[in-house]
Design a protein around this ligand. Structure first.
Ligand code: AMP
Length: 461
């Protein structure tokens, strides 16, 4: 997964992007970068591995000037985590410079890349996103939006893009609308961001979302928009509401992530109550709102039973299992005073491999919990995502390999309840139709990639 940000028409656009990226850090912690185009049309890139606060300090961002800039935070599978793959990509071609920041995953990347390689194209990284830069540069169209539209023809899968071609800023969203992308105004300028929380931090006003299949163009003449000719069924990612987006964001045409998660929790309370429990708590931070909804619905008191250390990254991306178990302890500590002798409901948004959950249940029991009832505010994850969320392969997904009873046994809980698919889809704003739920249902909107190994070409963001 990744976060993208773009600004045109505001002084010190690079500094503004820098600020915006802090609010998109949850979408990617592997690398961060900014490209700014100065008033003479010179584009400069700063990129680094790690967090925005670690790699993009004042010295780096001081190199950026001008009123046009884009930025990116990247989160992909371990292994492809190299500086060559950090974005935005910056390239020079006959008409000047192109820079590009991508959130999503191109499903037919293998075929598209092979096609370009056969024609002699060379690649510096292993990202699918680089394919788009080549395709833009090859277009013989005049206008930047026509170049981008031509480049996107035949590209399948998920993309939200922030692109600069010369001194024009463009933002595009794939026709299925998999990932969120918001458009805001700031003074006389325009701002694009993956989520509205990043518009908030820079003081921009949310105007609307970039529509599925739309290319929005910002240049010296202001804003205009064109549509990619391909029409497609709406397939917004439901996992954005369940887990990925920040609760203070409004995504997919104004849907509150906070409201969605509370409602997922309420519905979970209706479907899988835990009548004998004394209290409920959420696994911080992503399940806090769902736990609140569950508590409201079941009338159980909501407690803070797990304290999360905010100075360690997400447990998920540890390269090996031993690392992950150890990191659970580094990241969470239970509050004995809340748990001792109690029958508790532990709410989380999802179980993927089961490693973190198993470690957490053990910690909660060590802190004295008498009974642990696990409740999950989404259905079992049974398949990988090919559209930009970094779920592991089917072999590693506990929901694809064990029954619910076996999972309960494996993670060591007294009972385990998952939200139903229908319950999930009717709880999210704008539901139940128009969502991609392939990771829960196996109902993939496109044929799977011919080479699903994200370590080969995939950006995995
Ligand atoms: P596990 O028990 O190891 O499957 O981990 C479950 C935790 O991973 C839950 O708390 C989720 O919030 C979190 N999670 C779910 N999907 C992802 C993802 N794609 N990347 C990182 N963490 C995730």
């Amino acid at each position: 997964m990744c976060g993208i940000f773009g600004v045109r028409g505001v002084q010190d656009a690079g500094a503004l992007v820098h600020l915006g990226l802090y609010s998109l850090q949850h979408r990617g912690q592997e690398s961060a970068g900014i490209v700014a185009v100065d008033d003479d049309g010179q584009a400069r890139a700063v990129r680094s591995m790690g967090l925005v606060s670690e790699g993009l300090g004042a010295t780096e961002t001081a190199k950026l000037s001008g009123m046009l800039a884009i930025g990116h935070t990247r989160y992909s599978t371990a292994g492809s985590s190299t500086i060559e793959n950090a974005q935005p990509i910056l390239a020079r071609f006959r008409d000047g410079s192109i820079s590009l920041a991508h959130n999503g995953n191109i499903v037919n990347a293998t075929e598209l890349r092979r096609e370009l390689e056969d024609q002699g194209a060379i690649f510096s990284g292993s990202m699918d996103s680089e394919i788009l830069v080549h395709r833009i540069a090859r277009s013989r169209c005049e206008r930047p939006e026509d170049k981008l539209a031509e480049a996107l023809r035949g590209v399948e899968g998920a993309y939200c893009l922030a692109v600069t071609i010369g001194d024009t800023l463009l933002a595009a969203r794939d026709p299925h609308g998999w990932r969120p992308l918001s458009l805001g105004t700031l003074g006389d300028g325009y701002v694009f961001a993956s989520e509205t929380c990043a518009l908030d931090i820079v003081g921009a006003t949310h105007l609307r979302d970039v529509e599925p299949g739309e290319i929005v163009i910002i240049d010296a003449n202001g804003m205009r928009s064109v549509h990619i000719p391909e029409r497609a069924e709406l397939k917004r990612c439901v996992f954005e509401y369940v887990y990925f987006a920040r609760p203070d964001s409004r995504i997919f045409d104004g849907g509150s992530v906070d409201h969605a998660r509370r409602e997922l929790g309420r519905q979970l309370g209706r479907e899988c109550p835990a009548p004998t429990a004394d209290l409920v708590f959420g696994v911080p931070d992503s399940a806090n709102a769902a736990a609140l909804g569950f508590a409201e619905e079941t009338k159980l008191p909501l407690e803070f039973a797990l304290i999360r250390n905010h100075y360690v990254g997400r447990t998920f991306i540890q390269p090996n299992q031993a690392g992950r178990v150890q990191k659970v302890k580094v990241k969470y500590n239970p509050v004995r005073e809340v748990l001792d002798g109690k029958s508790v409901v532990m709410v989380d948004d999802s179980i993927v491999r089961g490693t973190t959950t198993r470690g957490l249940v053990a910690l909660v029991r060590q802190a004295g919990a008498r009974e642990v009832h696990m409740r999950i505010s989404s259905p079992p994850v049974t398949g990988p995502c090919y559209y930009g969320i970094d779920t592991p392969s089917r072999e590693e997904l506990i929901g694809a390999n064990m029954t619910i009873e076996q999972i309960a046994d494996h993670i060591g809980v007294d009972s385990l309840g998952y939200l139903s698919r229908d319950g999930m889809l009717k709880s999210v704003p704008g539901g139940p139709h128009g969502f991609c739920h392939a990771c829960f249902s196996g109902d993939y909107p496109t044929p799977p990639p011919t080479d699903p190994d994200k370590l080969r070409f995939g950006c995995g963001c």
